[in-house]
Design a protein around this ligand. Structure first.
Ligand SMILES: [Zn+2]
Length: 117
C-alpha cells in the first residue's frame, strides 16, 4: 500500500480524500468526486473520532509479522467526517462503539489502531 493515505499514517495522521469543488468526502481512494465528478480531489486530516461499523476477529494472519499479533481484532470504522476506514482495534471492541484512531508499527509499516474513547 502506498500513496497519501499510507504516507499520512507514517506521519501518524489519518487523512481522507475530499472534493475541492463540492466538499463531498470520498471513499478511499478515488480519481473523481462521487458526487459531482470533479477530478480536483484534496486530502484532509481527520480528527480521529469514529464509530465502529463492523468487527472481525483474525485468528490466522496473512503474513508472518501479523501472525505474531494473532488473534487480533480488525474493525471498519466510520469517521465523524464520513469515510469508513479499516484498522486494528482493542480486543472486545463491538459495533456501535465510539473509538479514537491511534497508530502502531508492524514490519516497518504504520497501521491504524482504534482504542475505545
Ligand atoms: Zn464534488
Amino acid at each position: 500500500m502506498s500513496g497519501p493515505f499510507s504516507e499520512g499514517l507514517a506521519a501518524h495522521t489519518l487523512r481522507y480524500q475530499c472534493c475541492e469543488s463540492c466538499g463531498a468526502w470520498q471513499p478511499l481512494q478515488r480519481h473523481a468526486c462521487r458526487a459531482c465528478g470533479n477530478t480536483r480531489l484534496t486530502w484532509r486530516d481527520a480528527a480521529g473520532m469514529a464509530t465502529v461499523y463492523a468487527v472481525t476477529e483474525v485468528f490466522r494472519a496473512p503474513t508472518e509479522p501479523f501472525q505474531a499479533l494473532a488473534p487480533y481484532t480488525l474493525v471498519l470504522a466510520t469517521l465523524d467526517e464520513g469515510p469508513r476506514v479499516m484498522g486494528h482495534a482493542e480486543p472486545g471492541t463491538v459495533i456501535g462503539q465510539r473509538v479514537r484512531a491511534g497508530f502502531f508499527d508492524v514490519d516497518g509499516q504504520t497501521l491504524l489502531r482504534f482504542t475505545r474513547s
